[in-house]
Design a protein. Structure first.
Ligand code: SAM
Length: 165
């Protein structure tokens, strides 16, 4: 199903690696792209564009200052990942466009009501990267085919085999 990730509240100094990893996980597990709110971060965007240039796409990165606008204007269902939500195995997500929302620091209460689903990957605090990986794997699995890749891995028992197609 077509998935977009919304990474809320990005702070370039504190969240650079975590937001980058959210985007890498989103891409690897088949999302079409990531929207991020908080503070605009051209370096983060450049890092992801470079990954897409080497390893393929399509995958978009878009900044949206207002997370509220990003959620309200999204055409499709919205799933907010939170440890307070319902267990992910028990929530049925219908086929169709899906916005998967992950937070950084404290997530405003309004997000819980704007979302169609509040979904927990276990009822313990952990990480947006982990929550995103488990949830996307659950709904989509890993993505195997990427367009325009300059590099491709041949899986091997030992060592590193990287092809240049
Ligand atoms: N303390 C913050 C709050 O209460 O909103 C959450 C901070 S947590 C480090 C950052 C993000 O990781 C959360 O917004 C959520 O998206 C995700 N997350 C952490 N644990 C989770 C869990 N058990 N299930 C689903 N998502 C989780």
């Amino acid at each position: 199903m077509p998935v977009t990730v919304l990474r809320m509240g990005h702070r370039p100094q504190r969240d650079k690696r975590v937001t980058t990893h959210c985007a890498l996980v989103a891409r690897a597990f088949g999302a079409e792209g990531i929207i991020y709110s908080g503070v605009k971060d051209p370096k983060f965007e450049e890092t992801i564009h470079k990954v897409v240039g080497s390893w393929g796409g399509p995958f978009f990165v878009r900044y949206e200052k207002s997370w509220r606008k990003a959620i309200r204007e999204f055409k499709g269902k919205k799933a907010h990942l939170t440890m307070y939500g319902l267990p992910f195995e028990e929530v049925h997500i219908p086929k169709g466009n899906l916005l998967v929302i992950v937070g950084a620091e404290k997530v405003p209460g309004e997000v819980y009501s704007l979302a169609d689903y509040n979904i927990a990957i276990g009822s313990q605090p952990h990480s947006e990267i982990a929550a995103l990986a488990v949830f996307l794997y659950h709904i989509s699995g890993v993505k195997e085919e990427f367009d325009g890749a300059r590099l491709r891995i041949t899986p091997s028992i030992r060592g590193k085999k990287v092809n240049i197609p």
